[in-house]
Design a binder for this molecule. Structure first.
Ligand code: HEM
Length: 90
């Protein structure tokens, strides 16, 4: 059976900045991850990590450390797939 991934839209993502009591979500490679549990472990520190929060961090991530295996590291933090506003849940 297919896994029913949550479809995350730009409007669902934009407030998930890790600030104001919200979790931090980040898009990487078309998938949305909840990076909140990883914040204390990020070697580059919290402010750097949160630069990619609430948005698509794919480009920024790739500019800094393309060798980092985020898919493996964040497998348990997968929220869903990133889709356009029109393709989101009703
Ligand atoms: C290291 C920034 C997202 C994992 C670093 C460093 C920076 C940085 C500046 C260098 C720290 C140093 O050497 O002093 C960012 C930014 C991100 C981001 C701006 C947002 C787009 C992530 C994510 C993960 C991650 C999502 C893991 C899933 C790592 C690891 C290192 C690192 C493992 C050490 C890499 C090494 O030394 O080879 N990050 N990071 N980062 N970051 Fe990130």
């Amino acid at each position: 059976k297919e896994t029913p991934y949550l479809r995350v839209t730009p409007s669902m993502l934009k407030n998930m900045t890790g600030r104001k009591g919200k979790d931090a979500w980040m898009v990487l490679g078309g998938r949305v991850y909840n990076i909140t549990p990883y914040i204390p472990f990020h070697p580059g520190g919290e402010p750097e990590l949160l630069k990619g929060a609430g948005r698509d961090g794919t480009k920024l991530f790739g500019e800094i450390h393309p060798w980092v295996n985020y898919e493996g590291m964040l497998a348990a933090c997968l929220v869903g797939i990133y889709v356009s506003e029109e393709d989101g849940e009703a």
